[in-house]
Design a protein around this ligand. Structure first.
Ligand code: ARG
Length: 720
């Protein structure tokens, strides 16, 4: 008996302990063992060169780009490299049918030609402090199941206090499910300009077919520049701002790579859930993922049908479509890989081992029974929630209409608070401009029809908004027939004042509830969301509250159990380092994937005029003529387009620098491979790969295709 317990415990430790290359480490808190392991694998830099608070170090060249990507500074004039898919919205916003930078690409040949990107900002990390004690002090006396609800306000209060008068932004992030709190101080720069982007047929070559797949021939990069005021401080866009002078910038290596080389990736991974329980994974695989995927599939088809008809619609919907499509494929693949890699069984084993370890510790009594019950109680409503978020609110019109609830509530409040109304009215004006610019009526009308139909067909009959469907049946026909929903959608779109700019202008100048309550789009959206809010949201709240408390306790135990080990926390959009090697792999039995792919593959995949596999004629010519200049790979004589490493990264790392042992830039991380789409939950060391753009292909495109020598000249190139 004892022996079994011992074996189980060591299995657990093994699983939680980072395997060779697993782990997204906080650079400032890099343990000695981890650092020693990096050195053993080839790293040639000191800890101080990786991260230092007082001296210039690599961390100073890494920024959080926009809302959820990474970029790196590569020149002494604030030049930034990131992915094409990270700059995508900004490239699309700068585009018109006449100046279609998505289609044609864009190269600023001088700073004057660079394009301002309203709304885009980058953030530099200034410092990091452990504030666990302060947060725990505030949490004293709060019931564990109340923490989830109270924590956001506590963190907001503490960070507001910490940033007061500093000009910096402070955010406190939660680690190990609330067992640790770290405070991050950032400096945000808001004048960021577009410098270069390849045509989409390079930047997104392979489209959604190749997305999340290796081998990959996408030139997924774009180039920006960060500007500052003359006094060196961050500033809003102003023509006279000057290029940012960085504390550190990355040199770029043209030396190339080989299988086994050390590789290190810095960046801002968004989220992982490596300590998820078997129950959470079951919910994901059974309900959350498949329903999200089928609803996204339906919406994507509606958008795609309009995008292929009209280049203006393509520009209009491109960014939104890409985002929905990206995770549509991800969630589908994630479920498949979780099943294939038996992750639920792995987790069950870990849970058994934990229970054995915790036997003598009453604090953890019944932990997994409680977790299980919590999931069982929530399960009947889980699908409904997905159908609200990914279905009903997947119609941009309904999502906007639903957002007017805030205004409706403020107007209905007794007594009214005029200041509150003005504040919400102003925010609503801004949101409307964004909505109407992105609104494509035909696509959205079809979305509305399909999601109301699918909701009827798929969500538990008892949980539907009954009055809505009764009226639909009376007014429009059989609920089984597609035509009913099409007719209804037309009625909504023909009548809503939200699509009539004059009527909207009248309303928003003097908002009133009567106009809102009569509006068919508002009525439709709120029929669903009110039904959910009134009757079912309480289960979600209860589920989340319990989940926080139970997971917090579980992780407390896990940390105790592994107290002598280096543990890495889940990704939470804070700066991390991951290290590993350039590495080939076997995606399935009998197949072998090389660690690099070259421009030869572009010729193989090239399909003229195809939506996904077209390529610029000039690129094809350059490749055929082997006009590669200094970017040719010495071994193959080709240009290496991409390579793979076994670094542990996830969404948010997009655009991250891939560095060699000396901290020189060898590529940009831009994707994960299909066989390891379960990576948010569990890393499989045989399958997990990061897909990187080789920096030499990027510079080949900038130089030979774009003719932007000015960009190349700004870089520090390391040739041998
Ligand atoms: N899968 C990539 C990521 O999440 C994004 C790729 C964008 N390309 C696309 N075809 N949707 O980082």
């Amino acid at each position: 008996m004892k022996k079994i317990a011992f074996v189980l415990v060591s299995v657990l430790c093994l699983n939680f302990l980072s395997k060779a290359d697993e782990g997204m480490w906080l650079p400032q808190l890099l343990g000695d063992k981890i650092y020693a392991n990096m050195v053993k694998q080839g790293l040639k830099l000191s800890k101080e060169q990786l991260f230092s608070i007082n001296k210039s170090s690599i961390k100073d060249a890494i920024v959080l780009f926009g809302g959820g990507c990474t970029a790196e500074v590569v020149s002494n004039q604030g030049l930034l490299f990131t992915n094409h898919h990270c700059g995508y919205d900004n490239i699309a916003s700068a585009s018109s049918v006449a100046h279609n930078y998505l289609k044609e690409g864009f190269w600023a040949k001088s700073k004057q030609e660079e394009i301002a990107c309203p709304g885009l900002s980058v953030q530099f990390l200034i410092k990091l402090e452990d504030v666990t004690t302060q947060v725990q002090e505030k949490l004293k006396g709060i019931k564990p199941t109340d923490v989830a609800a109270k924590l956001p306000a506590i963190l907001a209060e503490l960070s507001a206090k910490a940033s007061e008068g500093s000009g910096y932004e402070v955010r406190i992030s939660t680690f190990f499910k609330g067992n640790q709190f770290l405070q991050f101080t950032y400096q945000r720069f808001k004048d960021v300009r577009l410098v270069g982007a390849p045509p989409e047929s390079i930047g997104k070559f392979g489209g959604d077919t190749d997305n999340w797949e290796w081998p990959r021939h996408t030139g997924d990069f774009s180039i920006f520049r960060v500007y500052m005021a003359k006094d060196g401080k961050p500033a809003e866009y102003k023509e006279e701002n000057i290029p940012y002078v960085p504390v550190h910038f990355l040199p770029v290596s043209l030396k190339g790579i080989k299988d086994g080389d050390f590789s290190m990736i810095y960046g801002y991974p968004g989220s992982t859930n490596r300590y998820e329980t078997s129950f959470g994974i079951k919910l994901k695989v059974d309900i959350d993922n498949p329903n999200t995927v089928s609803l996204r599939d339906a919406r994507l088809k509606c958008m795609y049908a309009e995008m292929i008809k009209d280049p203006a619609v393509k520009i209009q919907l491109a960014g939104y479509y890409a985002g929905v499509a990206n995770y549509w494929k991800f969630f589908d693949g994630e479920s498949k890989q979780l099943i294939k890699h038996n992750v639920i069984a792995q987790k069950e084993k870990e849970e058994e081992a934990f229970t054995t370890w915790a036997k003598t510790k009453p604090e953890f009594d019944n932990l997994f029974t409680n977790i299980k019950n919590n999931y069982t109680n929530w399960q009947p409503y889980a699908k409904h929630r997905v159908y609200i978020n990914e279905g009903i609110l997947g119609s941009p019109l309904l999502a906007f209409a639903n957002s007017l609830k805030a205004l409706d509530n403020a107007l209905s409040a007794q007594p009214q608070k005029p200041e509150e109304i003005t504040k919400i009215t102003n925010a609503t004006k801004t949101a409307y401009d964004k909505f109407i610019k992105a609104e494509n009526i035909v696509s959205d009308r079809n979305i509305l029809a399909i999601v109301t139909k699918l909701f009827y067909a798929d969500v538990d009959a008892d949980q539907r908004p009954q009055a809505f469907y009764t009226n639909l049946k009376t007014g429009f026909g059989s609920l089984e027939s597609d035509e009913t929903y099409t007719k209804y959608a037309k009625q909504v779109f023909d009548n809503t004042f939200l699509l009539n700019k004059d009527a909207w202008a009248n309303f928003i100048t003097k908002p009133d509830t009567a106009t809102l309550h009569k509006d068919l789009a508002f009525k439709t959206a709120t029929a669903f969301t009110d039904n959910y809010t009134k009757n079912y949201a309480k289960y979600a709240t209860e589920f989340n509250a319990n989940n926080y408390a139970l997971n917090n306790l579980y992780l407390k135990g896990v940390l105790q159990m592994n107290k002598n080990k280096d543990m890495y926390p889940d990704a939470n959009q804070t700066m991390r380092i991951s290290y590993g090697n350039v590495k080939s792999y076997t995606p399935r039995d009998g197949a072998y994937c090389k660690e690099i792919c070259t421009v030869k593959g572009i010729l193989e995949k090239y399909k003229p005029n195809d939506y996904e596999f077209d390529a610029p004629a000039k690129l094809i010519e350059l490749i055929k003529n082997k006009d590669f200049g200094q970017y040719a790979d010495k071994k193959t004589g080709e240009v290496v387009v991409g390579f793979i490493t076994n670094n542990d990264i996830t969404g948010g790392n997009s655009g991250s620098p891939v560095l060699n042992a000396k901290g020189e830039l060898i590529g940009l991380a831009f994707d994960g491979n299909y066989e390891a789409l379960s990576h948010k939950i569990a890393v499989d060391k045989d399958f997990n790969r990061t897909i990187c753009l080789d920096i030499r292909y990027m510079l080949f495109v900038v130089d030979k295709l774009g003719g932007a020598k000015n960009i190349i000249d700004e870089l520090t190139l390391i040739k041998n």
